[in-house]
Design a protein around this ligand. Structure first.
Ligand code: ZN
Length: 350
C-alpha cells in the first residue's frame, strides 16, 4: 500500500513531501495536504461496499469515543451518547430550516442500527424517512425498530429525489470521498440538501494516533478539507463544529474555494503532535500524580508547545490532574497559564 498521489479532498498533488513530510503512525504513513489540510493514509482503493463495511471493522464511530480523565480513550457513556444524538438532531433541524418542503423526504445513508432515524421521526413527525444499511446485522436491527431500511449502498440505489440526504461517520471511510458525495448529490431533489457529519480531525487529535488514523478511515477532515471535498462534488457547504464532530449542510453549487495558508498544514501537524504528547503526559500524571518533578516536566512540555491550542489543552489537562489530587492552588496556576499566551506567541504577533 502507498499514500495516494493526489489529495482525496481537493485532488491537488501530494507529492511535495519535502514541504510536508509524512508522519509515521503505528507503522503507517500519514500525509497532510498543503492545499486543504486533508489527512490521508495508505488506503486500499477497495470496492464501494468495502468502504461501508470498514465501519464494522472499525467498531464504534470515532466521534463516539471519548478521552477520559486518566487519558484513556473509551466508548462514550450513555449521557455522552445522548448528547451526540442530540447534536445530530440539531444538525437535521438546521437542514430542515433551509429547506421549504412541508413533509420532506429524508434518506439516511449508512443508518447502522437505526437510532438516528427513530429519534428523528419521534421529534419531527412530518418527515418521510427511508434508510440504507448494507451491513445485514445492522440492517436487521434497524428493521426490527420499525425503520424502513434497505440493504444497499447509495451508489447502487435507483431511487432519488430526496429533500434531505443525511449521512454520519461514513465519508471518512471512502478512499475517494468526492465520488461518494457525487453519488449523494445525484439523488437529491431540486433544492434538496445533504447533511453530513464526520469526525473533526483536529479535535480528535489526542485520540488520533491510536484510534483515528487507521486503515478503516483513509481520510481525516478538517473544516477546510471538508469544504474542499464538497466543492469537488459540486456542493456548497455551510460547516460548523460540534466538539469532536464537523457538521455540514450542503446544497448544489459551485463555490469559490481557496488554498489554505502556506503554514496551515505544518501547523496542523504540530497540533497533532502536541496533542499526542499531551495525551501521553496526561496518562503519566494519572499514573504518578502531579508530583513536583512531574510539574517541572509539565512546565518544560508547555514551553515546548508551538501552537496556541496545544499549549492551552496541555495546561487544562495538567490543571485537571492537580484538581483531582486536591491541589487547587496549583490547578488555578495552570488554568491561568493556559489563558496566558507564552512568550513565543507574543513574538509572533509582533
Ligand atoms: Zn487537499
Amino acid at each position: 500500500m502507498a499514500l495516494p498521489s493526489s489529495c482525496p479532498s481537493c485532488n491537488e498533488p501530494l507529492h511535495d513531501r519535502s514541504a510536508n513530510p509524512s508522519l509515521t503512525v503505528e507503522g503507517m504513513s500519514v500525509i497532510v495536504c498543503g492545499s486543504c489540510t486533508c489527512m490521508a493514509t495508505e488506503a486500499e482503493p477497495g470496492r464501494v461496499i468495502d468502504h461501508y463495511r470498514a465501519r464494522v471493522w472499525g467498531g464504534p464511530p470515532r466521534a463516539e469515543l471519548v478521552e477520559r480523565d486518566d487519558g484513556s480513550i473509551r466508548r462514550i457513556d450513555a449521557d455522552a451518547e445522548r448528547n451526540r444524538l442530540e447534536a445530530k438532531l440539531q444538525a437535521l433541524r438546521a437542514a430542515l430550516r433551509v429547506g421549504d418542503t412541508l413533509s420532506p423526504s429524508v434518506l439516511e445513508v449508512g443508518c447502522r442500527q437505526g437510532a438516528f432515524v427513530e429519534a428523528a421521526l419521534a421529534r419531527y413527525r412530518s418527515l418521510r424517512v427511508t434508510a440504507l444499511e448494507p451491513w445485514l446485522p445492522w440492517r436487521d436491527a434497524a428493521a426490527s425498530r420499525g425503520v424502513a431500511v434497505q440493504a444497499s449502498t447509495v451508489e447502487s440505489m435507483d431511487a432519488g429525489g430526496f429533500d434531505i440526504i443525511a449521512e454520519f461517520d461514513l465519508l471518512d471511510h471512502f478512499a475517494a470521498p468526492a465520488e461518494h458525495l457525487r453519488a449523494l448529490r445525484q439523488r437529491l431533489a431540486p433544492g434538496g440538501h445533504i447533511l453530513l457529519g464526520v469526525s473533526n480531525v483536529v479535535e480528535c487529535a489526542g485520540s488520533t494516533f491510536p484510534h483515528k488514523l487507521r486503515l478503516d478511515t483513509p481520510v481525516g477532515f478538517t473544516r477546510a478539507a471538508l469544504r474542499r471535498v464538497c466543492a469537488a462534488a459540486g456542493l456548497s457547504a455551510a460547516i460548523w463544529e460540534d466538539g469532536r464532530s464537523l457538521f455540514a449542510v450542503c446544497e448544489r453549487g459551485d463555490p469559490v474555494v481557496h488554498d489554505v495558508s502556506a503554514d496551515a498544514a505544518s501547523s496542523l501537524i504540530r497540533r497533532l503532535r502536541e496533542n499526542d504528547g499531551r495525551l501521553l503526559f496526561k496518562r503519566f500524571l494519572a499514573d504518578r500524580g502531579p508530583t513536583p518533578a512531574a510539574l517541572r516536566a509539565a512546565v518544560k512540555v508547555a514551553e515546548g508547545c508551538r501552537t496556541e491550542a496545544g499549549h492551552r489543552a496541555l495546561c487544562v489537562s495538567v490543571a485537571a490532574a492537580c484538581e483531582r489530587a486536591g491541589d487547587h492552588d496549583e490547578a488555578a496556576r495552570w488554568r491561568e497559564r493556559g489563558r496566558t499566551l507564552p512568550a513565543w506567541a507574543s513574538q509572533n504577533v509582533a
